[in-house]
Design a protein around this ligand. Structure first.
Ligand SMILES: Cc1cc2nc3c(=O)[nH]c(=O)nc-3n(C[C@H](O)[C@H](O)[C@H](O)COP(=O)(O)OP(=O)(O)OC[C@H]3O[C@@H](n4cnc5c(N)ncnc54)[C@H](O)[C@@H]3O)c2cc1C
Length: 313
């Protein structure tokens, strides 16, 4: 050991940042949908890593008076996002290809996916039970409505089973005929399961969750996002997760126009709110005497209950 290693210049010993709660579920498969899962393969960092990075950038001067949780909440509230990039997580995911297609739109992760050019496609496809078929939403062109009548659902589930079996048999016949795996796969259904390793930093993971946990996202990917958020991130970085729930997931934002309408409502009641909403293009009076609620009018109406207000239109 050199003099320096023992003296004032000795390097500060560092311990690996662990998350004991996440360690207890490392490798555990959290089941999603009928045959999917998410499991944590590895991670780097914990809540303390976020704080450590923030304190490097702010200097020790800001240390007083703000404990770790408060600092994390401050960072989240003010979108100081880089400290959250100090934490990384690697997940092993098994998901149907249609879900995966939405998932990989998130470009800020590193991905390795099971290759159906190299290997025989996974022999599993997502199957819906009779009560899982959803009708087209009447209000949202991208969404679903209620479950279909169960007798119709039962027929759809039977047809689905037959179709999956036929598609798989065709695929296997092609392989037996010596067709390459990259060509034989071309007619496999999108419901076929795929697997991947997906590595992402916490900042980008929270962004993924902010888009894929809310109701606007498709139910299937939401199921994965909910497991990742509530089972994994909540264990891994509890302070960051709680701040994320408060300032992002459960938060509502109001545009300038929305603030004006809410202010008019609070000050002048329903008629003032409606007047402001008409003037700002949230509502429209038609020639036939009816009043149309435009898209922003409907969106603001959905936000009002969280402010303790009942929509005046
Ligand atoms: C409810 C919902 C419906 C959707 N519907 C459709 C649809 O109908 N059609 C469709 O095609 N997609 C659709 N998407 C996908 C959506 O448009 C985004 O591609 C996806 O959510 C990824 O978002 P992102 O780019 O913010 O995330 P990431 O790719 O993870 O990127 C994170 C952030 O990094 C930055 N970034 C990354 N790459 C770039 C870049 N090249 N240039 C600039 N900044 C970058 C951006 O700030 C971005 O927000 C939908 C998504 C949701 C949640």
């Amino acid at each position: 050991m050199s003099e320096d290693d023992r003296g004032a210049n000795a390097p500060e010993p560092l311990l690996r940042a662990l998350s004991p709660a996440l360690d207890t579920v490392l490798g555990k498969k959290f089941k999603v949908l009928d045959d999917g899962f998410v499991r944590v393969v590895d991670y780097m960092g914990n809540d303390t890593s976020i704080v450590q990075a923030a304190r490097v950038s702010y200097g020790n001067g800001t240390k007083k008076g703000s404990d770790d949780t408060h600092l994390i909440r401050y960072l989240m509230r003010h979108r100081h996002s880089t400290p959250f990039e100090m934490c990384e997580i690697k997940l092993h995911v098994r998901a149907p290809m249609d879900v995966w297609r939405q998932w990989v739109r998130h470009r800020t992760a590193s991905v390795n996916e099971y290759s159906t050019r190299y290997s025989i496609a996974i022999n599993a496809a997502r199957e819906l039970s009779p009560d899982e078929w959803r009708v087209q939403s009447a209000t949202n062109r991208q969404g679903s409505g209620a479950a279909v009548d169960p007798t119709i659902g039962a027929t759809l589930s039977e047809e689905e089973k037959r179709f999956h079996a036929e598609a798989r048999a065709l695929y296997e016949r092609r392989l037996e005929a010596g067709i390459s795996r990259e060509i034989a796969r071309k007619d496999l259904p999108l419901s076929t399961y795929t697997e991947a390793y997906w590595k992402c930093n916490l900042r980008n993971l929270l962004h993924f969750l902010s888009l894929r946990m809310p109701g606007a996202a498709q139910y299937e990917i939401r199921e994965y996002a909910n497991v990742i958020g509530r089972e994994i991130v909540a264990r891994w970085v509890p302070a960051a997760w709680s701040a994320f729930e408060d300032y992002e997931l459960g938060a509502e934002t109001l545009s300038v126009a929305e603030q004006r309408i809410v202010a008019a409502f609070v000050k002048g009641g329903s008629s003032a709110a409606i007047e402001a909403a008409l003037a700002l293009g949230f509502l429209r009076d038609e020639k036939d005497g009816t009043r149309k609620i435009l898209r922003e009018g409907a969106e603001l109406a959905a936000k009002l209950p969280s402010l303790g207000l009942t929509c005046p239109w």
